[in-house]
Design a protein around this ligand. Structure first.
Ligand code: ADP
Ligand code: MG
Length: 712
């Protein structure tokens, strides 16, 4: 007999006999479970609430809560938790047990409807960026019933009924990442529907923003990890000379997966599948010890919830395999970093992908409208999109010799770009049957579907039926970037709808819209190599912004343009935008400060003592060997020089950190951390890395890059 499965379904079956379809979603209070367990009218009322985005009525909530509780208890749950996503970017949960004391000294298991609908966590220790006055410490969490409740299991055997919730202040201001995401989905749905109506669509009732986030990550042996304070406190190495072998052989990408990693991935899949997360693809990534997992896409808010769970589960499962999962954007200098490819599209509730070039003239007209919207949106608000991907970690990728650059451009592919240009210019097509392509009359020429060698350097690539936004950092929540995508799309679609609603000839107006989009925003289309120096020059000529660091990038949240946009579509108020700006700017400073503290400690307690030890050995050798100790003398001179320089730079880091800490005003402080602290840290690193490369391995106090990267 194999190990008993802990899936919690009570059958105690053999783990190896659990079939995937049975396992999948086994821990989710999904539609199937609701259908089985809820009275018909309750089920109907809940479905209506979900599909129309209405408030849950208390009498419905009471019945749903009770059914949820019974289901969860049968599967071993003792607690429930309102799970939410504060502005720290991670998730938060508070566990309450179902027990309720009875008069006779016993307990019953209870879960009243009002506890399903609303929770009141003490919010005072979550960042609010001034939104919540200190006297009003409470916030409240409210069930987002469009994202199903599920069971979370931990290694200790605890099972918790977990309820995805939005987190707001008592005045209703969003203190979290989910609330604006839901608002942005609403906004884009409303405007997209208006457009669809003008195109003659009378059947769709909602437009859903869909997202499939591909998640990159590194694995490292736990034993080595524990010897690196920088990995423990910062998630990345602050020191480390390049290994003799990097990724230049290109032998890792899609290479065969090692057994140890494969065992990890298998466990990860099982844990994710149980929670209804459709982990689909797994493979080695470009860098050594780097991997990727991609799920099947879903609605934006479920994708965002699931991605948080993916990150959490990746880390948990790694520990079971004596490994640690690194989600940082740049764990190792000189090696590829990690990102998240945020695949995004719009689909109607009756299953039409609005970014899919179609088979008929009408479908193509529709596609061209939504493509025009994307062009308008991304060019107008490139600064906002860039801002949503700002973090100290991602600064090591964006604009720092790595994909993608900090310049936002859009890849459409040669074929599609060509068709569009021809359309707008009324140029003859190569086809015999139609002299000129006419919108709404002709079909577009067949576009190659599977252009797998498509441009991998573009930050915003059209990949056949969706856009792939590749700037997102591997450790960040995907909410922010998708709030931006949805809202900027809403604005462009709003403008388009207003034109089409007034138009006498819709097809002629579509052509005019496309022409205008190309004329005003075509500068954003770029199909070439985004890594090249020529592109940086060309982009500047085109007037495209190139903001290389977070501190400057996130200012885009508080411009009059951003305020107007987010307020108009009721996604974020001016105050909510300012709170985010403050929090993210502060977060940047805090991260660099932690890096400085960690670096100083490592240098003082590990590296300088090691270098002194080496210098002493060399000194002893010179004393013994005498005149002919030429090499020893040379080495000693070099070690001494680096020691001196390291000491000087260490003092500089210390002084600059103290100065930066004393600065008031988040923007000024962050600028000091960027310009003074981070730069002196880089100087310090150069000395230590140089020392590492000449110090004997047995004297070096920490595992080096080749240990971390090649010994999985
Ligand atoms: P790759 O980019 O590696 O070639 P795919 O194109 O198959 O892989 O898909 C990558 C991701 O895009 C997957 O998570 C997939 O579910 C997602 N995706 C596919 N279609 C859509 C869509 N219409 N909307 C959002 N995401 C999508
Ligand atoms: Mg991809």
């Amino acid at each position: 007999m194999g190990k008993k499965c802990r899936c919690g379904n009570g059958s105690g079956h053999d783990k190896k006999f659990m079939e995937v379809p049975e396992l999948f979603g086994n821990n989710v209070f999904n539609d199937k479970v609701m259908r089985e367990r809820l009275p018909k009218d309750t089920y109907k009322a809940l479905q209506e609430t979900i599909s129309k985005g209405m408030n849950l009525r208390p009498e419905v909530a009471a019945v749903v809560a009770n059914a949820m509780k019974d289901w969860a208890i049968e599967k071993g749950a003792t607690h429930y938790s309102h799970w939410f996503q504060p502005l720290t970017g991670s998730t938060a949960e508070k566990h309450d047990s179902f027990i309720s004391p009875t008069a006779d000294g016993g307990v019953i298991m209870e879960f009243p409807g009002k506890q399903l609908i609303q929770g009141e966590p003490d919010a005072s220790s979550f960042p609010s960026g001034g939104l919540r006055a200190t006297f009003e410490a409470r916030g409240y969490t409210a069930w987002d019933c469009t994202s199903p409740a599920f069971l979370k299991e931990d290694a200790a055997g605890n099972v918790t009924l977990t309820i995805p919730t939005a987190f707001c202040s008592y005045k209703g201001e969003a203190l979290d990442k989910k609330t604006p995401l839901l608002r942005s989905m609403e906004a884009v749905s409303r405007q997209a529907l208006r457009v669809l109506r003008t195109l003659g669509n009378t059947t769709s009732t909602r437009v859903i923003a869909t997202v499939g986030p591909e998640q990159e990550y590194f694995l490292v042996d736990k034993e080595y990890y524990l010897q690196r304070l920088d990995l423990i406190t910062c998630g990345r190495t602050l020191f480390g000379a390049p290994p003799p072998k990097g990724q230049e052989l290109e032998d890792q990408y899609f290479g065969s997966i090692k057994d140890r990693v494969s065992a990890y991935m298998k466990d990860l899949d099982i844990e994710l599948w149980k929670m209804g997360i459709s982990s689909k693809t797994k493979h080695n990534e470009v860098a050594p010890a780097q991997f990727e997992m991609a799920p099947v896409f879903s609605t934006t808010n479920i994708a965002a919830d699931h991605n948080q769970l993916v990150m959490e589960t990746m880390q948990k499962v790694a520990l079971r395999h004596n490994m640690v999962c690194l989600l940082h954007e740049k764990p190792y200098a000189g090696v590829n970093g990690s990102g998240k490819h945020n695949n995004w599209s719009l689909a109607t509730d009756d299953g039409i992908n609005l970014l899919e070039p179609g088979q008929t003239p009408d479908e193509n007209a529709q596609f061209l409208v939504f493509l025009s919207a994307a062009l308008m949106a991304v060019d107008t608000h490139a600064d906002i999109m860039r801002a949503t991907c700002g973090s100290s970690g991602n600064d090591h990728r964006l604009g720092a010799n790595e994909a993608p650059p900090a310049i936002i451009s859009m890849f459409l592919g040669e074929e599609l770009s060509d068709v569009i240009i021809k359309l707008t210019k009324g140029v003859k097509t190569g086809r015999q049957e139609a002299a000129y392509l006419k919108i709404g009359v002709d079909t577009l020429p067949e576009l190659p579907k599977d252009n797998t060698d498509r441009n991998r350097t573009s930050p915003m690539a059209f990949t056949g039926n969706k856009f792939e936004f590749r700037m997102v950092g591997s450790s960040q929540s995907i909410s922010g970037p998708n709030v931006a995508l949805n809202t900027i799309a809403a604005e462009a679609l709003d403008q388009i709808a207003s034109r089409l609603e007034k138009a006498k000839d819709v097809n002629a107006e579509i052509l005019a819209i496309l022409k205008d989009a190309i004329a005003k925003h075509g500068r954003i289309i770029f199909n070439g190599n985004n890594y090249s120096e020529e592109w940086v020059v060309e982009a500047a000529k085109r007037g495209l912004p190139n903001v290389r660091n977070t501190v400057d990038a996130i200012k885009a949240f508080v411009t009059p343009k951003a305020t107007k946009l987010f307020e108009k579509y009721k996604v974020l108020s001016k105050e909510e935008l300012h709170s985010r700006y403050d929090i993210y700017t502060e977060q940047y400073s805090k991260n660099i400060n932690i890096e400085a503290q960690t670096a100083m400690q490592m240098v003082r307690r590990l590296y300088i003592p090691a270098a002194i030890l080496f210098a002493t050995e060399l000194g002893n050798s010179i004393a013994v060997v005498g005149k002919s100790a030429v090499v020893q003398k040379e080495l000693l001179a070099e070690v001494s020089r680096l020691l001196e320089s390291a000491d000087k730079n260490l003092k500089k880091v210390a002084a600059e950190t103290v100065k930066a800490q004393a600065i008031s005003g988040v923007a000024k402080q962050a600028a000091a951390f960027r310009d003074k602290v981070a730069t002196s840290l880089a100087d310090l690193r150069a000395d230590i890395d140089a020392l590492e490369s000449i110090t004997p391995g047995d004297l070096w106090p920490v595992p080096v890059y080749s240990d971390l990267l090649f010994k999985l």
